[in-house]
Unconditional design. Structure first.
Length: 258
C-alpha cells in the first residue's frame, strides 16, 4: 500500500524527469541573492536542513553558519552561504563562478593529489572523506569526496556522486553519522545495493534522499528501503533536527522540493 502511494506521488513529481538528471546546464554570470527579511534562528542544540534541489542542501547551525552542498551556481539557496562544498567536478555538482563573499569553497578533488579539508566556522566543522569517481567507464582516483558537517553534536554526511561501494577504511573515517543525505538514482551513482550496504554499516538515524533521476529509480529505491526502514514523506523542504528528536531507529524521510 505504501509503495503504491509513493509510486503515485513520484509519478506526478517526475512528469518531467529531465529536470532532475545530471545534464549539461548553461552557465550564467553571478547573480545577486534576494534581500530577505530575518528568518527564525536555529534553536540551540539543533540543526536546520533544507533541500535546495538536485544534490544541494543548506545546513544551518545555531550560530547562523550556513553550508550548502554540491554548490553549482544555478540550484541556489535563498541566502548567501558561508561554506560551499562540491562533491566532484560534474557539471551539476560544482561551479567555477563562486561569489567572493563565500568564505570557504571546498572542492572534493584536487589537481595536486588527494583533497583534504577540515574547516571550522563558529559552531560548524566541515571535513571530507576522499572517494573515487567513475567517468565514462573509467575510474579516477580520488576525484570525489563525501563531506561531513558537524554541529551541536550532530554529524550529517552528504553521500553524493560516489560511484562504488564504500571501503571499510572510508566507513571508519566517516565515523558515527546521524543524518545521511543520499543519492538514490542507483545508476549514475552507486547502486541501491551498495548504498544500503553502506547505510547498514554507517547506521544513520535519518536518511534523506536526493539526486532522483526518474520515477522508476525512486520506486526501486523505496521498494528496497521498505525492507530495512520505515519510509516517510515530510510536508516541507526543511527539517530541524537534534540528537533528542532524531528517530530512535533509522528511517527514510523524503523532503519536499524535487
Amino acid at each position: 500500500m505504501i509503495l503504491r502511494l509513493f509510486l503515485c506521488v513520484f509519478a506526478c513529481l517526475h512528469a518531467s524527469a529531465a529536470l532532475a538528471t545530471c545534464v549539461t546546464v548553461a552557465r550564467s554570470p553571478l547573480t545577486q541573492y534576494a534581500a530577505l527579511g530575518p528568518l527564525a534562528t536555529v534553536e540551540q542544540g539543533k540543526v536546520r536542513i533544507t533541500f535546495v534541489g538536485h544534490a544541494s542542501f543548506e545546513i544551518e547551525s545555531p550560530e547562523g553558519v550556513r553550508a550548502v552542498t554540491d554548490y553549482n551556481g544555478f540550484v541556489r539557496p535563498a541566502r548567501m552561504p558561508h561554506i560551499v562544498t562540491m562533491n566532484n567536478s560534474h557539471r551539476t555538482h560544482f561551479t567555477e563562478l563562486v561569489e567572493p563573499e563565500i568564505r570557504h569553497v571546498l572542492r572534493g578533488w584536487s589537481d595536486d593529489g588527494i583533497a583534504r579539508h577540515n574547516v571550522v566556522e563558529k559552531d560548524m566543522r566541515v571535513r571530507n572523506v576522499p572517494t573515487n569517481l567513475r567517468e565514462w567507464g573509467d575510474r579516477l582516483a580520488h576525484g570525489n569526496s563525501i563531506f561531513v558537517f558537524e554541529a551541536v553534536g550532530l554529524c550529517v554526511a552528504h553521500i553524493s556522486h560516489v560511484h562504488h561501494a564504500l571501503s571499510e577504511d572510508q566507513i571508519r573515517e566517516l565515523g558515527p553519522i546521524d543524518v545521511s543525505l543520499v543519492a538514490v538514482d542507483g545508476t549514475v551513482t552507486m547502486s541501491h545495493e551498495e548504498l544500503f550496504e553502506a547505510l547498514d554499516k554507517l547506521k544513520p538515524r535519518l536518511i534523506i534522499p536526493m539526486h532522483m533521476v526518474s520515477g522508476s529509480a525512486v520506486a526501486h529505491f523505496v521498494a528496497l528501503a521498505q525492507v530495512h526502514y520505515p519510509v516517510k514523506r515530510h510536508n516541507s523542504d526543511t527539517i530541524v533536527v537534534s540528537t533528542a528528536t532524531l528517530p530512535q531507529k533509522p528511517e527514510v524521510l523524503f523532503l519536499q522540493g524535487y
